[in-house]
Design a protein around this ligand. Structure first.
Ligand SMILES: Nc1nc2c(ncn2[C@@H]2O[C@H](COP(=O)(O)OP(=O)(O)OP(=O)(O)O)[C@@H](O)[C@H]2O)c(=O)[nH]1
Ligand SMILES: [Mg+2]
Length: 173
């Protein structure tokens, strides 16, 4: 790969407890058909998505305990951007605080950690993005990952971060 291409390679990691919607988010980004079946991710799943002139290397990490505790450390290293994905239930959001602290240990301050308050379509006592943000103290966005119309919203969240990454890499001033 040419060094100019490497400059445009961005590692985006999706981490969170089981069934919060990480794989669905990866499908949303890659325009893959979004089915509603839940098939737990074993270990991790990698996807490369071309976006503007960037290549987003999406690391979709399995949320089950055995994977989360064993592999996340190695998988998170070198991330340019980390999404901590929650299903917006109070319990899941509170537990996700631990994941954010964990991720902070393995990446520098230059790697933003963003929370996703997913499953906003469900009206069963889930928290909105503002409430999740108040609890997690990181930038938080609401999402309905099963809705293909939300793809643009997710890309815009990433686009904002790409600008910071480009500045850090000296690609733009
Ligand atoms: N209602 C609703 N369901 C969703 C949403 N996002 C994901 N789901 C469903 O939640 C279930 C789990 O989604 P996955 O994306 O496989 O979850 P995951 O976080 O990758 O789970 P692991 O791989 O086990 O860590 C699936 O049945 C999805 O269809 C959403 O925004 N709304
Ligand atoms: Mg998965």
């Amino acid at each position: 790969m040419l060094s100019s291409e490497l400059d445009k390679l961005v590692k985006v990691s999706l981490v969170g407890f089981p069934a919060t919607g990480k794989t669905t988010m990866a499908k949303l980004l890659s325009k893959n058909a979004i089915d509603r079946f839940y098939i737990p991710t074993h270990g991790l799943d990698l996807k490369t998505i071309k976006f503007d002139d960037y290549f987003l290397r999406v690391w979709d990490l399995g949320g089950q305990k055995s994977y989360l505790k064993t592999y996340s450390k190695d998988y998170l290293l070198g991330s340019d951007l980390i999404f901590v994905v929650t299903d917006s239930t109070p319990r899941n959001v509170l537990n996700s605080r631990e994941l954010i602290n964990y991720a902070c240990h393995f990446v520098g301050e230059e790697c933003p950690i963003i929370a996703i308050a997913n499953k906003q379509d469900l009206n069963d006592g889930r928290m909105d993005a503002k409430r999740v943000e108040d609890l997690l103290h990181v930038n938080t966005y609401g999402l309905t990952a099963i809705d293909p119309a939300e793809r643009l919203k997710l890309l815009n969240i990433i686009k904002k971060e790409l600008e910071h990454i480009a500045i850090r890499r000296g690609l733009i001033e």
